[in-house]
Write a protein that binds this ligand. Sequence first.
Ligand SMILES: [Mg+2]
Length: 243
Amino acid sequence: MFKNKEAFLFDLDGTLLTIETDQFLKYYFGALSSKFEDLCKKQDDFIKLLMDSTEKMIKNDGSRSNQQAFMEAFMEKIEVKSKEEAAKIKERFDQFYQNEFVALEKHFEIDRENPLEIIEYLKNKDKKLVLATNPLFPKEAVEKRLSWTGINPADFELLTHYENMSYAKPNPNYYKEILGKINVNPENCLMIGNDLKEDAVAADLGIATLIIEDKLIERGACDYPIEWRGSLREFKELLKKEI
Ligand SMILES: [Mg+2]
């Protein structure tokens, strides 16, 4: 299965980082809405605003960065009137991601052993590593969250985030955009994730997909071929046996 594979694409949440996405979103929305309390008094209204703008970003069509897609939708909804006002709001987001966002780590128990060993192992085998996390957050937030596992972000050739990507999962174009950036053919890549839609859709491009079941997300019937499934520990053992 690992023969001729040059590049390993890893999802983050629920794959390398042992947190439940739903739980993470709950803390994330809570922390972000308190940062914008003055703009939107009701927390529920703010969360809706955030989800709607995130939805626009997820549907981004490649014409601009995901960050631009998000900010445009967000500014439109809160009726920003000037460029200065928009700049201040963007600054507030940046500060949030540098401070409060990073502090969310305290809510989770994180497995450091398996993820770190897997990445070190592949690095020593000279494999190209890509952090193929849904690109809905800024670079700094993605790097900090990856480092919660003890992994050094510099070990990755590419980390996808909302500034460098113009598509998001489950759009197959997201994976196409990655292939273009790392210049590797799909048949020489593996996608390792925990989501039978968002990660498994990589199979549409001919990328073999492996599913880590520790924090499996099913979303109904799976329409994509899965090359292998098991726990992160089993994946590590298989890797060491085969390469
Ligand atoms: Mg995931």
